[in-house]
Design a protein around this ligand. Structure first.
Ligand code: NAP
Length: 253
């Protein structure tokens, strides 16, 4: 589909890869709504790109429904959903204090997996009612997993499980939504220089970069945004998880 004029909703668009995607989409002519837990960050990015910022918790149903309503009122029904909202959690299954608190596991699943699914289902329902574009598409949903879905490190059980769920959703969602002309793609980033990663201790960052083959550096959020634009442009990309990772394979720790 063509980006120009598209109504897009980007979750987690107040920071990192979501922010870079929102800016790139707007620069290419999309009308962008930014749904982020950090309402001030969403508003800041929205101001820059002539979009709208919506304080949203993707894991809460009423908040998610309200975000689509606000986006629809401003830009019309959403054609493109980019799900970037997420939290990085760490904690051993059995740590010094005993077993991982179930609430920590639940919170990770609630935001990263249930939040992604919730936004996807609401977007798909809205897209299915639209007229098809000249490519026969009605909409596109791009989710964000992680390479931790495949080789999560020690301490990443909850995070990896949440991202593994996002990977697992990709094919059944693409299969089911195909009859509506809705594509579903997932990007599995490696190590990207966003606030989520940059706030980690230096030695952790260094050990992570050490396993990145080429280019031997952290990825940039703009490189994620470039892939979003490529997926929008290429109608044949569907039902696939694309690793965006410089061939990194995470070590056990
Ligand atoms: P980021 O800079 O921390 O941005 C994530 C944004 O999502 C933040 O603005 C955050 O708000 C927001 N958010 C958190 N919980 C939310 C919720 N319940 N509802 C709505 N918004 C929420 O992180 P990023 O690195 O760009 O991450 C984007 C996605 O990529 C995430 O799903 C992450 O798991 C995934 N990922 C990141 C990397 C990496 O190396 N950076 C690698 C693989 C996958 P607050 O700041 O208020 O929490």
């Amino acid at each position: 589909m063509k980006v120009g004029g598209l109504a897009a909703l980007v979750t987690g668009g107040g920071s990192g890869m979501g922010e870079a995607s929102a800016r790139a989409l707007a620069a290419a002519g999309a009308r962008v709504a930014i749904a982020d837990l950090d309402g001030a960050a969403a508003a800041r990015v929205a101001r820059d790109i002539d979009g709208i910022g919506i304080e949203t918790d993707v894991g809460q149903e009423t908040s998610a429904v309200a975000a689509f309503q606000r986006a629809r009122d401003a830009h019309g029904p959403v054609r493109l959903l980019v799900n970037c909202a997420g939290i990085a959690t760490a904690g051993r299954i059995v740590g010094r204090e005993g077993p991982l608190a179930l609430a920590d596991f639940e919170r990770t699943i609630q935001v990263n997996l249930i939040g992604t699914f919730s936004m996807m289902r609401l977007a798909a329902a809205e897209m299915a009612a639209l007229d098809p574009l000249d490519t026969d598409e009605r909409g596109l949903i791009i989710n964000t997993a992680s390479v931790a879905a495949y080789e999560g490190q020690i301490g990443q059980a909850a995070y990896s499980a949440s991202k593994g769920g996002v990977v697992g959703l990709t094919v059944p969602a693409a299969r089911e939504l195909a009859r509506h002309g809705i594509r579903v793609m997932t990007i599995a980033p490696g190590l990207i220089a966003t606030p989520m990663l940059l706030t980690m201790p230096d030695e952790v960052k260094e050990s992570l970069v050490a396993t990145t083959l080429f280019p031997h550096r952290l990825g940039q959020p703009e490189e994620y945004a470039k892939l979003v634009l490529a997926i929008v442009d290429n109608v044949l990309l569907n039902g696939e998880v694309v690793r965006l990772d410089g061939a990194v394979r995470l070590a056990p720790k």
